[in-house]
Design a protein around this ligand. Structure first.
Ligand SMILES: Cc1cc2nc3c(=O)[nH]c(=O)nc-3n(C[C@H](O)[C@H](O)[C@H](O)COP(=O)(O)OP(=O)(O)OC[C@H]3O[C@@H](n4cnc5c(N)ncnc54)[C@H](O)[C@@H]3O)c2cc1C
Length: 434
């Protein structure tokens, strides 16, 4: 009998093997499943999208630097060779902790022996009136596509209205963390390109990108020198950085600041923070922890539950070395995902579970072309072109899928030498795009 090599390496799972259900195919969920692939468990990974999204590059999709397909990768392709892994394209709507079943939005159920909550977080609007209705968040591929269409339509509309004299425009970005800084920098570069290369008739001198944050400095989790550098670089690009200011309401024609100032705009990018409230983590019937994140024990099991685990952005992951709650970052999601899988295997084989310890490799943010800041693990801050090259290399390394890496590398190299190129296509109507 001829046996195909992969079938001997990855035998069919034992029908009595424990069932592990993982909700979410983001950084955390993928890493849980990667570690459990080909182990003596039956894994079902559930995601509302049939692809993994590389969130750190969403802002480049939103500002027409990359295509949506460059930052997404099919989950089925990742686990196609793992006989013990099944993918379920569905949105999980609830968890019955007592009967150990996950309910899907369509009404069917999946039973589990172990459940991993890895559904991530979502945009936090902090109850600001009108923000949810009128601002544009950046937390999913649909958000990025919607924002890109919205930006390009706003520019085309301004061009149409500029028959006699070019009109000025305003774009507001709320939030001075990495996402806000990266988006504001890229948006300013997009405007330059649209005027210089595409000859859009907008008054570039009077067109403003306004970045607003309540904090007194940008990039609050970075050292102060990095914050100063980011602010200076953004100002050099013409971004109006407003610190210590708060947006108190958003409507269809603009935003109002705490002091009463009104900024007229039809584009408000919301990058003010994230919450796990109203996500699947919030539907397990457990009292939510800080910013709605699930409270977990040191081994990542959910407090008050047995065989339920939570990882990534949706969990208040504690670093066993410091006792601090980890930031909502990709490396935390990746490492907590791997650790959680190890703990599930420990429980199944009746071994002791161990505490999660975060290995901090540093943080980074880019402000635009040839300009980035990185805080290394040692605390050293790297800025400018060297920081930017490090940023490029790291993002390419973590991007899922060889083809995506090659495409993004070619795209970035091409754009480096021919700066104005980029996919500035309005593919769908911004109002109807989902
Ligand atoms: C715009 C942006 C830029 C960022 N930049 C950086 C950066 O530069 N560096 C960095 O370290 N971190 C960055 N982050 C943070 C980082 O991306 C997150 O920490 C990381 O993605 C968290 O991984 P996760 O798996 O917990 O959640 P996610 O990556 O959000 O994945 C959650 C998954 O769960 C699925 N899901 C959610 N609810 C359900 C449900 N009910 N049913 C089925 N599926 C569901 C979603 O579709 C998604 O695939 C950024 C985040 C954003 C939004």
């Amino acid at each position: 009998m001829v046996t195909r090599r992969w079938s001997t390496r990855h035998p069919s799972p034992d029908p009595d093997a424990p069932k592990v259900v993982v909700i979410g195919g983001g950084f955390a969920g993928l890493n849980v499943v990667k570690r459990l692939a080909n182990e003596p468990v039956r894994v079902t990974i559930v995601d509302q999208h049939n692809f993994h999204t590389f969130l750190p590059l969403l802002y480049q999709v939103a500002t027409a630097g990359l295509e949506p397909t460059d930052v997404a990768y099919p989950i089925r392709t990742i686990f196609g060779q793992s006989r013990n892994v099944n993918f379920r394209h569905a949105r999980a709507s609830g968890v019955d902790v007592t009967h150990r079943v996950v309910t899907l939005e369509r009404g069917d159920e999946i039973a589990f022996d172990h459940l991993v909550l890895a559904g991530g977080a979502t945009a936090a609007f902090f109850g600001v009136p009108g923000a949810r209705e009128h601002a544009l968040p950046l937390y999913s591929l649909s958000d990025a596509r919607r924002l890109r269409n919205h930006l390009l339509l706003a520019l085309e509309d301004a061009d149409t209205r500029s028959e006699a004299t070019p009109v000025p425009l305003s774009f507001v970005v709320v939030g001075g963390g990495p996402t806000g800084v990266e988006t504001a920098g890229a948006l300013s570069e997009l405007l330059d390109v649209c005027v210089r290369r595409d000859r859009l008739r907008i008054d570039r001198e009077a067109t403003r990108v306004i970045l607003i944050d309540t904090a007194q400095r940008l990039l609050g989790t970075f050292p102060e020198s990095a914050s100063r550098y980011a602010a200076a670089q953004l100002k050099r690009k013409g971004v109006d950085v407003r610190l210590g200011e708060a947006v108190v309401s958003v409507d269809a024609t603009g935003v109002t600041l705490r002091g009463g100032e009104r900024i007229n705009t039809t584009t408000v990018v919301w990058a003010a923070g994230v919450t796990a409230l109203n996500t699947i983590a919030d539907r397990v019937g457990i009292e939510p922890g800080p910013t709605g994140r699930v409270t977990v024990r040191s081994d990542l099991s959910v407090v008050g539950c047995t065989n339920i685990w939570a990882v990534g952005d949706g969990a208040a992951v504690i670093d066993g070395a410091t006792g601090d709650v980890c930031a909502q970052l990709a490396p935390v999601a990746i490492q907590s995902g791997r650790h959680c899988a190890e703990q599930i295997l420990n429980v199944i084989t009746k071994r002791e579970t161990t505490a999660f310890v975060y290995h901090d490799k540093g943080i980074m943010a880019t402000i635009g072309r040839r300009s980035a800041v990185a805080k290394l693990h040692s605390g050293t801050v790297v800025k400018g072109t060297v920081g930017w090259m490090a940023w490029l290399a790291l993002h390419l390394f973590y991007l899922i899928g060889f083809r995506n890496r090659i495409r993004v590398l070619i795209n970035w190299t091409w754009r480096y030498f021919d700066w104005p190129s980029g996919p500035r296509l309005i593919i769908a109507d911004a109002a109807t795009e989902e």
